[in-house]
Design a protein around this ligand. Structure first.
Ligand code: 3AM
Length: 179
């Protein structure tokens, strides 16, 4: 079985800037596991474990998703909205286009038996996961620069394989769809 998801990769310069700002959070007494900045992405859909022989059909369905390229704004690192956040992320907003792309991906995958996510789509790039919370994390988040990381053009998305390892996930691109 192949653990797969569909995502938009962030450009490397943006990833490096986010990773640099996230460094300040290491001072916190919360237990955090940071996403390798080189892997920071916006998930459009999580497919879970897929039999390898079904991957060509999945890639084929995704290749039919049509949408013009669009801009996404990447906000500052923030908690996920819970009082004690479990995820730290940069909110990503594309004037509805990002949500539209996620919906297009979900529509393309539904006939293959992938049930669409019931929760409303909230575009985000995960920066760290909170293994155990400590109030010092809230203070450090509040002290981060309030400006976001600017914008980038989404002109493609990818089907990715995720291999979980003790030192973090390894992602491999399985297919790429140009918008
Ligand atoms: O981009 P984020 O970090 O929101 O949390 C996982 C990550 O999302 C999510 O898939 C993305 C790439 O690994 N993910 C992992 N397991 C999941 C599950 N069981 C899941 N999303 C939904 N259900």
């Amino acid at each position: 079985m192949v653990r797969t998801f569909v995502a938009v990769d962030l450009p490397d310069d943006l990833r490096a800037r986010i990773g640099g700002v996230a460094e300040a959070l290491r001072e916190s007494r919360a237990r955090l596991s940071f996403v390798d900045p080189a892997l920071i992405h916006v998930t459009l859909a999580f497919l879970g474990e897929v039999p390898p022989e079904r991957l060509p059909a999945v890639a084929g369905a995704l290749a039919g998703v049509r949408q013009p390229p669009f801009e996404v704004r990447v906000g500052p690192i923030a908690g996920d909205g819970r009082r004690e956040p479990r995820t730290l992320w940069c909110p990503c907003t594309g004037n509805g286009s990002l949500a539209g792309l996620a919906a297009g991906v979900a529509r393309a995958l539904e006939p293959l038996g992938f049930t669409p996510e019931r929760r409303p789509f909230r575009g985000h790039a995960t920066v760290a996961r909170v293994r155990s919370f400590h109030p010092s994390l809230g203070d450090l988040l509040a002290d981060l620069p309030p400006d976001g990381f600017g914008a980038f053009t989404v002109d493609r998305f990818r089907l990715k394989q995720s291999t979980l390892t003790p030192s973090g996930p390894i992602y491999d691109d399985l297919s790429e769809v140009l918008l």
